[in-house]
Design a protein around this ligand. Structure first.
Ligand code: C5P
Length: 221
């Protein structure tokens, strides 16, 4: 089984994907990591993420071990990594260079320790539209920018990243705009996606509702 979870920044995709991965023994690919890795690699090399040829080269050179190494850097999950990711993600040559690496994951889904999984769960912006257009279940998880900013602000606080709520909200809106307006694979729900606005729900409630959707789909199948 393949499940895709797309949606804007801080909608709760990652938390949901991790809980589903644990419950259904499916391997989880957070596809934002590939763009964060490319963006951060450029920042660390002192190169502007807008530099298209350098970004394309970094994307072509990226492999899983290097991505995992970069993911340990303090700025990988901060706004520095997030903003650089959304800039390189708007470059079509970067997206095509990273396509195969993402699609290959579903061919042989495995956990971090190499053991086989019962399927793959993707989270990102284009996983139901471009990466896995034939996925069994496609979800589009969203929430208002204000709710998402509040969630991201709390996450930053817990990690010791010091930003004001206003700054976080501004960055969320900028990233939404970049993700939705880019020419290549813009953020939008797949035609057959289930759209879920999580503004009024906590993570546990979202998880329970999605489990019901998955189980009813499994029964029908
Ligand atoms: O999900 P995350 O915040 O880690 O993603 C970082 C950035 O990577 C997003 O703002 C988006 O621009 C880009 N991205 C993308 N397509 C994906 C996943 C992430 O364009 N499938």
């Amino acid at each position: 089984m393949i499940i895709t979870i797309d949606g804007p920044a801080s909608a709760g995709k990652g938390t949901l994907a991790q809980s589903l991965s644990d419950k259904y023994e499916m391997a989880y690919f957070d596809t934002g990591m590939v763009y964060r890795a490319v963006g951060l690699q450029l920042v660390l090399n002192g190169i502007n993420p807008n530099n298209e040829s350098a970004a394309e080269k970094a994307a072509k050179d990226l492999n899983f071990p290097q991505m995992m190494k970069l993911s340990k850097h303090k700025d990988f999950r901060s706004d520095v990594g997030g903003n650089a990711a959304s800039v390189v993600a708007a470059i079509p040559a970067v997206r095509s260079a990273l396509l195969k690496m993402q699609q290959d994951f579903a061919l042989n889904p495995i956990f971090g320790d190499g053991s086989p999984a019962k399927g793959a769960i993707y989270d990102g912006r284009d996983t139901g539209t471009v990466i896995c257009p034939n996925a069994d279940i496609k979800l589009f998880i969203t929430a208002t920018p204000e709710v998402r900013a509040e969630r991201r602000y709390k996450e930053f606080l817990s990690k010791g990243i010091n930003r004001s709520l206003e700054e976080v909200l501004t960055q969320i809106k900028e990233r939404d705009e970049r993700d939705e307006k880019r020419a290549s694979a813009p953020l939008k729900p797949a035609e057959d996606a289930i759209i879920f606005d999580t503004s009024e729900y906590n993570a546990q409630q979202v998880f329970e509702k999605v489990c019901k959707i998955i189980e009813s789909k499994q029964k029908k199948a």
